[in-house]
Design a protein around this ligand. Structure first.
Ligand code: NGO
Length: 548
């Protein structure tokens, strides 16, 4: 697969009709679209500018925006008011203060109720905003965020962050003014599952590197981090009942580096940190293929009883667990049991892709047994879309990773499963794979699914993407980042930015806001923010980047 030649990009023009289905108010349209397309507005966010950035110039685009009235000014007198007894709301207040204090230099005390300042209101009766939605109201006296849940409040905080000048992200004191445009934003996500995947197997990433990525995902309102914890090149999570998986199977990586693995405490720390940013971690153990690291660690897992050497190349499809052997299921049970115990979230991913060294019958036998194990430990199973070639259990989720050359039969198999109730997470390789090169000159990354420009990664509609799959079967979207060619945060960020925010927007924003010409301006306005955050993003020429 990796050797497959890059294919030409078939431009699929997304019908603009969505853009004219004006579900937003007239004022909202001017907030999200028209008012933002003027490049001149960008100068307002420079240190010398005095006007606030237009309400709604955020990524993802909010569902409804109504600019009105004069702006709010954050000053030395501003307090962050947590208007709820919830410890979580208080923690979000502290988090916001932690973001704003270094650059503004203001004390921003986190206190209780009051009519002024930045007000964080948790209102369980506010049913309109759903599980993750929020309302933001800004006027000269206060900026008030209201949400039904802490997650909603947290997402609202991300919006507030983006309404302030980009230099608010700097770690050292910057010049004001710190204004938030007046008006109201009512926001709620389109999809419940908004994910990014990080492959920590091909190259290992430290806990600190994963946390850094988590913070970046949170800024764009993603709520899921899928960790690809095992593959041919490395097993990255300690399993007490099979210790050599990590201590031996984790000791190398692509290119022959020293690899590494997460202890259970490391992993718990990742899960804790993610949850403090309202992301759920979905752990993946890739089965029955992509298992060379496990097979190398325990000879008995091999049909011939002989352990292969560790592998540091980038081929796929050459390894398989031994489906007829009983020990295989003891192994699977132990691994899934221990992983489920580390997972407060709902989902557990069992891979299932590219099992080219497993016969079809064996594949079906194996995947059906493995799904049952996930259910036994109380989790909902996710598999790559090949799972639909076995018998997806009720409630199973299939993750579609096809591309423009995926055959009709394969697509139809996935669509048929979706029609029968299997939910879909969409991560089309030629759209949302962040490891695909942007173009022929991109140094990092792969190109087996073609080049994925910034526009291409944004310009598709999850609801109608897979022919024959009911729109209601789509649980959400994911942007996977495979790490054959990536070794550190810098390289992760070079590939993820600026494409990740676009996939995040597909997951969050209503279809009515979808419009490349408006999006590229909002994205361009993120450039200085990326820089302030130390993200060395790819300056894609198709995006009008705002002046730094
Ligand atoms: C494929 C393959 C992975 C590669 C990736 C590289 C899936 C689901 N299986 O995606 O093993 O790392 O492409 O882009």
């Amino acid at each position: 697969m990796l050797a497959a030649p890059g294919v030409g990009i078939r431009r699929v023009a997304l019908p603009r009709l969505l853009g004219s289905l004006l579900l937003v108010t007239a004022a909202g349209v001017s907030g999200v679209g028209a008012a933002q397309s003027g490049a001149a507005a960008d100068s307002r966010s420079t240190p010398t500018g005095t006007s606030p950035r237009p309400l709604g110039r955020t990524v993802p685009a909010p569902a409804r925006v109504k600019p009105a009235g004069s702006p709010y000014s954050l000053t030395a007198k501003t307090a962050i008011r947590v208007e709820s007894d919830s410890a979580e709301a208080r923690r979000i207040g502290d988090y916001l203060a932690g973001l704003l204090r270094p650059s503004t230099g203001h004390p921003l005390p986190v206190t209780g109720r009051g009519a002024d300042g930045i007000r964080l209101r948790l209102d369980p009766q506010d049913g309109g905003a759903g599980d993750e939605g929020y309302t933001l109201r800004s006027d000269p006296e206060s900026v008030t965020l209201t949400a039904r849940t802490p997650a909603g409040l947290f997402h609202g905080v991300q919006t507030l962050r983006q309404l302030l000048p980009a230099r608010v992200e700097e770690k050292s004191r910057q010049k004001g003014p710190w204004q938030v445009a007046g008006g109201t934003i009512e926001d709620v996500p389109r999809y419940a599952y908004r994910s990014a995947m990080l492959d920590v197997s091909r190259h290992f990433f430290s806990v600190a590197e994963v946390k850094r990525y988590i913070d970046q995902l949170a800024l764009y309102k993603l709520n899921t981090l899928h960790l690809h914890l095992s593959d041919d090149q490395g097993w990255r999570i300690a399993i007490d009942s099979w210790p050599r998986l990590a201590t031996y199977g984790g000791r190398t990586e692509v290119g022959g580096g020293t690899g590494g693995h997460y202890t259970k405490d490391d992993y718990k720390e990742i899960v804790r940190y993610a949850s403090s940013r309202y992301l759920e971690v979905v752990p993946e153990i890739d089965l029955p293929g992509h298992t060379n690291a496990a097979l190398a660690s325990y000879a008995e897992l091999n049909c011939d009883g002989v352990a292969p050497p560790l592998y540091t190349g980038t081929d796929v499809g050459f390894s398989s667990l031994c489906v007829p052997k009983a020990v295989t299921y003891g192994f699977v049970d132990d691994v899934i049991r221990e992983l489920a115990a580390l997972t407060p979230g709902k989902y557990l991913h069992i891979g299932g892709d590219e099992a080219h060294s497993t016969s079809h019958d064996d594949y079906v036998t194996f995947m059906n047994k493995a799904q049952a194990v996930v259910g036994r430990y109380g989790k909902t199973v996710i598999g790559w879309h090949q799972l639909t070639g076995a018998t997806p259990v009720a409630g199973a989720v299939a993750q579609y990773w096809g591309y423009d050359r995926t055959g009709a039969a394969e697509r139809e198999q996935v669509a048929a499963a979706a029609a029968k109730g299997t939910k879909l997470v969409l991560s089309p390789a030629d759209r949302s794979y962040l490891d695909m090169k942007y173009d022929k000159d991109t140094e990092l990354g792969l190109s087996w699914a073609g080049y994925v420009s910034v526009r291409r990664s944004y310009d598709w509609d999850p609801a109608v993407y897979l022919d024959g799959a009911p729109a209601g079967s789509v649980l959400g979207v994911e942007a996977p980042l495979w790490s054959e060619t990536l070794t550190n945060s810098d390289e992760i960020e070079r590939m993820a930015f600026p494409r990740l925010p676009g996939v995040a927007e597909l997951g969050w924003s209503p279809a009515s806001t979808h419009d490349w010409d408006a999006y590229k301006v909002r994205l361009g306005a993120q450039g200085p923010r990326f820089s302030a955050l130390g993200i060395d993003y790819y300056r894609a020429p198709e995006v009008p980047w705002a002046a730094e």
